[in-house]
Design a protein around this ligand. Structure first.
Ligand SMILES: Nc1nc2c(c(=O)[nH]1)N[C@H]1C(S)=C(S)[C@@H](COP(=O)(O)O)O[C@H]1N2
Ligand SMILES: [Mo]
Length: 224
């Protein structure tokens, strides 16, 4: 009789422990299951719905690049008075800007997000871009490259983003930096940027070289 009571007691105790574990597991996951987001990620900004990072597409030419934050440097050179290699910490230390921008891939898909980063004009001031400069080339860790006009970047206050939907850019999304080329097709949104060259020549990047428009204005022709 005594042994039977102990056995029943043990059984009840273990049932209680097991159910506690499963309930707390459910509570932890409930947040991210409801809206399918990474922890800390925001899903709305100034009344606009954002696309969860998990639902944003990634079609990079060589797959995800993994960049070490501690050894990373952004090289900025070309038609500048003061070429610089900027560390990740230096990039984070500049005044940041945040805004809602939609990415539209030329293939017809897209997503809405908020981006936080450093305005390129801040970096241009830092390196002292020369007066005759007209174009900016972005080189990436996967061998990808693209270019944008200096005037477009300055006039539209285009940023190099290090955060997406309020979280640090995940590696698959371009850590440490992605160009938020507002109003331009996705192939201008260079990810895993490692170098920026300032030039006075037009430049054709990876997709531009095979015929995609170098202007790349969203809504405009894909090819030129
Ligand atoms: N380094 C690098 N950047 C890149 C690409 C790439 O292949 N490599 N693809 C471009 C294209 S075609 C698009 S549509 C966007 C997609 O950006 P996302 O991964 O943020 O969705 O990244 C752009 N930037
Ligand atoms: Mo794209």
């Amino acid at each position: 009789m005594f042994r039977k009571n102990i056995l029943i007691g043990l059984l009840i105790t273990s049932l209680i422990i097991l159910s506690c574990i499963s309930i707390s597991g459910c509570l932890d996951e409930r947040d991210s299951q409801e809206n399918n987001t990474t922890s800390g990620e925001v899903t709305e900004y100034e009344g606009k719905q954002l696309t969860p990072i998990s639902e944003q597409r990634n079609n990079a030419i060589e797959g995800t690049q993994y960049i070490d934050r501690d050894t990373y440097e952004l090289q900025v050179y070309g038609l500048v008075e003061n070429p610089q290699n900027l560390s990740y910490e230096q990039l984070l230390s500049y005044p940041s800007t945040t805004r809602f921008v939609r990415l539209d891939c030329v293939e017809g898909w897209g997503f809405d997000a908020i981006w936080t980063g450093v305005p390129l004009s801040t970096i241009f001031e830092e390196v002292q871009v020369e007066d005759n400069a007209t174009n900016v080339i972005f080189y990436c860790a996967d061998g990808y490259s693209t270019s944008l006009e200096l005037g477009y970047l300055v006039e539209n206050d285009i940023m190099l983003a290090y955060e997406l939907n309020n979280v640090t850019l995940p590696s698959e999304r371009g850590f440490p930096l992605q160009v938020v080329a507002e109003g331009k097709y996705g192939y201008k949104w260079a990810k895993w940027v490692t170098a920026i060259e300032i030039t006075d020549q037009p430049y054709e990047g990876y997709w531009e070289r095979v015929g995609y428009s170098n202007n790349a204005e969203v809504g405009g022709p894909a090819f030129e």
